[in-house]
Design a protein around this ligand. Structure first.
Ligand code: BJW
Length: 250
């Protein structure tokens, strides 16, 4: 990979506040399938996007729970990759010079936290915690696969536990949404990494940042709707591009 990262690296080096938005591509090199990757994204013969809705859970809680339990185990077994580690390192570099770093993630796998990123905003929740679909109350769950799927809720007879993720048509957590807007408005550099940039409101934060004068960087294996609009589009795998960018930004 012969990628010129000098100019974006300089922008990061001069920034007081950096915001990063990550998507499934950042965890792909940890073995976690993406959502829109064609065959690689399929689970059994299901399109994941048809399972990530409250309607799918209401209609077929068994299949949706099986998919999320399968993914929960994959996330548990996965280890953070070079991209997760580079972002945690960048946060430490920013902190050391009194700057600010905010990591907005659409991923539910908790790999950023396991890589020791600190200021992580989970836009789409997480797959580790589960709650009663009827009452919203949290439930104790085993680490390993659920013995019964769907999982009966201990809080209401006849109800099931669901993952604490944000499905299509559901509102993002209020605190995450306002933290993301505030950080995007105030940053000097906004990076969009490993996301197809088609799911809103997450895909809109880069526009908030750009409208307030931030420099914009994209890192993606493939072109996205952002690629022509950002200041720097760095085409490649996040686990290869990010370490180059970060090791030279300190
Ligand atoms: C690599 C790589 C490597 C691979 N290195 N790169 C405005 C306009 C239009 C529509 C809307 C709008 N506002 C809201 C909507 C509706 C909807 C939406 O956006 N629809 C669009 C699809 C049209 N949004 C919502 O419904 C949201 N809710 C909402 O807005 O609520 C409003 C409301 C207010 C008040 C009351 C009620 C409602 C919620 C969105 C929730 C999204 N949920 C999911 C599932 C989460 C749980 C789970 O994990 O199962 O989130 S869907 C799925 O998409 C998941 C992801 O986080 C999200 C984004 O996907 P991501 O991460 O970008 O993955 P991919 O697979 O798409 O892309 C991977 C990329 O990586 C690719 O580009 C590859 O090239 C790249 N790549 N390997 C670098 N190694």
């Amino acid at each position: 990979m012969n990628l010129n990262v000098d100019a974006p690296r300089r922008a990061i080096a001069e920034a007081r506040s950096v915001v990063v938005l990550t998507g499934a591509g950042v965890s792909a090199e940890s073995g976690i399938p993406t959502f829109r990757g064609g065959m690689e994204a399929l689970w059994k013969s299901f399109d994941p996007l048809t399972l990530a809705t409250p309607e799918a859970f209401a209609r077929d809680p068994k299949t949706v729970t099986e998919w999320y339990d399968w993914r929960r185990q994959k996330c548990r077994e996965a280890v953070p990759n070079a991209a997760h580690l580079a972002l945690a390192a960048l946060e430490r570099v920013l902190a050391a010079r009194g700057g600010r770093f905010t990591l907005l993630t659409q991923n539910v796998d908790r790999l950023h936290q396991r890589a020791r990123s600190r200021n992580v905003v989970e836009l789409h929740g997480n797959i580790v915690e589960w709650r009663c679909a009827a009452t919203g109350r949290g439930g104790e769950i085993p680490e390993g696969p659920f013995p019964e799927r769907p999982v009966p809720s201990p809080h209401r007879a006849g109800a099931f536990l669901r993952p604490s993720v944000v499905w299509f048509g559901e509102a993002l957590p209020e605190a995450a949404l306002s933290a993301a807007f505030e950080a995007a408005q105030a940053c000097d550099v906004f990076m969009s990494i490993g996301t197809s940039a088609v799911v809103y409101p997450a895909a809109g934060f880069i526009d908030v940042a750009a409208a307030n004068g931030a420099k914009t960087i994209e890192i993606n294996r493939d072109p996205t709707p952002l690629s022509q609009r950002v200041d720097w589009s760095l085409m490649g795998k996040a686990g290869e591009v990010l370490p180059k960018l970060v090791e030279q930004s300190s």
